[in-house]
Design a protein. Structure first.
Length: 520
């Protein structure tokens, strides 16, 4: 009898250990770049948000198929006053230090995100006040009704007010000015994972938060994340093929077939909610050829987007005629129609603009942010050279490239833009509105049109969908006619993973590992 009991105990213990091991997977996640900062309000940038979502949480987020789901807020709705949204907060949520999240933290965080040094403030331009009603209820009052306010909150992370004040980080890090801060190097969130060690640009280890409120809501089969930025594409893929890493988020297009052929690996693909394009400073200043729309049109006609798709991107891109991906409200096939490549007409336009022999310029490009970003720029340099525009290419890390844009220190640059709100207003607010400290924070074109500004601002309070969509269409018609940006393509994502992982490509390129599961 004793032996039978011992044997049964051994069997049960073995089963318990197997189940425990099955639910305790370490994922070694690699991509080409590290998060720019740990401060969740300092940079409105894709890889930074993708990292932050594991440590911090917003009131709601987009899941792995792009649908908005509740997180720190369980419910939200407009009150009897159409300018006030009410958010019911989840009770019992603990920060990683064991303190409870309350309305005070939400009010503090949203106000912090609206400060001048926050790169997130453009999402909150309609917000007039954030009000604590009680410990688990928050009101957000806007300047006029804002039916899309929740869409703007999916990447606005909630911080601990007590932790922030104790460490002197009540204001966001001024990333553009090169400022360092405690919040840039340390984190205190409510997310499914907490940081246990970090070497910037080398390695970050995160472990599952034992007291996470969502332990019964999400798969959480990943117990530990080892996040490794590997800039070199060849090194990154070699690490995946050898089994040194389990998941490569930015699989180079030239390596897709090789990874697919490996029996231990898989490739999952999907369209990204992001468009790649070039920006041009159109200021009417001395010796600025881009101020002339004929020059911009010539460049528009010279870039062969289909050639870039076939040769540079190996078919893994969708050529674009507008800087708005098809996911976004306002997109139409007509707006996204490609210009027909016409080098003769492009040369004629340059001559009409006073540049019969072309001119010289510099193109600033990242080399570690978008898929084949530097190669795209190199291709564009050759295409523009065919019409006499001699381009000097300066490619550098995104940590240097983005401040160059935000400080208005480049006249010709590459940028990629995702749209987390899935609405044109987001694009207009950041990229077309006059730069005034709140709006237009990424409009470094020196483009300004008061009539367009007024239309953009009206979108945040227009509750008549038909009227709002008519305004969106009118704005696109005007800005497209100005050729302020040169669209290249809508990005397609390829993720390389171990073949026992079950996952899908997320449209915002945010792999929320709390959703990841494993084949058993």
């Amino acid at each position: 009898m004793r032996r039978s009991v011992l044997a049964m105990t051994f069997v049960l213990l073995t089963v318990y250990l197997l189940v425990s091991v099955a639910a305790a997977e370490t994922i070694r996640w690699a991509r080409s770049q590290d998060t720019l900062t740990l401060d969740p309000h300092a940079q409105n940038e894709g890889p930074t948000h993708a990292f932050s979502h594991h440590v911090y949480e917003p009131l709601m987020q987009r899941d792995m198929v792009g649908e908005i789901i509740p997180l720190l807020a369980t419910d939200w709705s407009v009150t009897d006053d159409p300018t006030i949204w009410e958010f019911q907060l989840r009770q019992g949520v603990l920060f990683h230090d064991g303190s409870e999240m309350t309305a005070d933290d939400v009010v503090f965080s949203l106000n912090r995100a609206m400060e001048p040094t926050s790169d997130m403030r453009g999402l909150l331009t309609s917000v007039a006040d954030v009000i604590k009603v009680d410990d688990y209820t928050v009101h957000i009052q806007t300047d006029g009704p804002n039916p899309l306010l929740p869409n703007n909150l999916t990447n606005l992370f909630i911080m601990s007010e007590a932790w922030s004040r104790a460490n002197g980080v009540e204001s966001p890090q001024d990333f553009t000015a090169g400022e360092e801060s405690y919040a840039a190097r340390n984190a205190m969130g409510t997310g499914a994972y907490r940081i246990v060690s970090r070497e910037p640009d080398v390695r970050t280890v995160m472990q599952r938060h034992d007291d996470y409120w969502g332990n019964d809501e999400f798969a959480l089969e990943v117990s530990e994340i080892v996040y490794t930025p590997i800039q070199s594409a060849a090194t990154r893929i070699a690490a995946l093929l050898s089994g040194e890493v389990d998941f490569v988020q930015d699989l180079p297009v030239q390596d897709v077939a090789r990874v697919r052929a490996n029996p231990n690996l898989q490739v999952i693909s999907g369209p990204e909610n992001r468009t790649i394009f070039f920006g041009l400073n159109v200021a009417d200043k001395e010796d600025n050829p881009f101020a002339d729309i004929r020059v911009r049109e010539a460049m528009h006609l010279a870039i062969n987007r289909d050639a870039i798709r076939q040769v540079v991107m190996r078919g893994q891109a969708v050529p674009a005629g507008v800087i708005m991906p098809p996911f976004v409200n306002g997109w139409t096939e007509e707006l996204d129609t490609l210009p027909e490549v016409n080098l003769d007409r492009a040369r004629e336009l340059l001559a009409e603009a006073g540049y019969p022999n072309g001119f010289s310029t510099t193109l600033h490009c990242p080399n570690d942010r978008y898929i084949n970003d530097e190669a795209i720029c190199q291709a564009a340099v050759g295409m523009l050279g065919q019409i006499g525009i001699r381009v000097n290419l300066e490619a550098q890390s995104r940590s240097l490239h983005f401040p160059l844009i935000q400080n208005n220190e480049t006249d010709f640059f590459m940028l990629g833009w995702g749209v987390p709100t899935y609405d044109s207003e987001y694009i207009f607010t950041f990229l077309y509105h006059t730069r005034d400290g709140s709006y237009g924070t990424w409009n470094t074109l020196d483009y300004s049109d008061p009539e367009i500004d007024a239309k953009i601002q009206s979108l945040s309070s227009e509750i008549d969908t038909e009227v709002r969509n008519q305004t969106i269409a009118a704005i696109w018609e005007e800005v497209q006619s100005q050729i302020l940006y040169l669209p290249i393509h809508h990005q397609v994502l390829d993720w390389g993973l171990r073949n026992d992982i079950e996952f899908v490509v997320q449209p915002e390129n945010q792999p929320h590992l709390k959703f990841m599961t494993f084949k058993r």
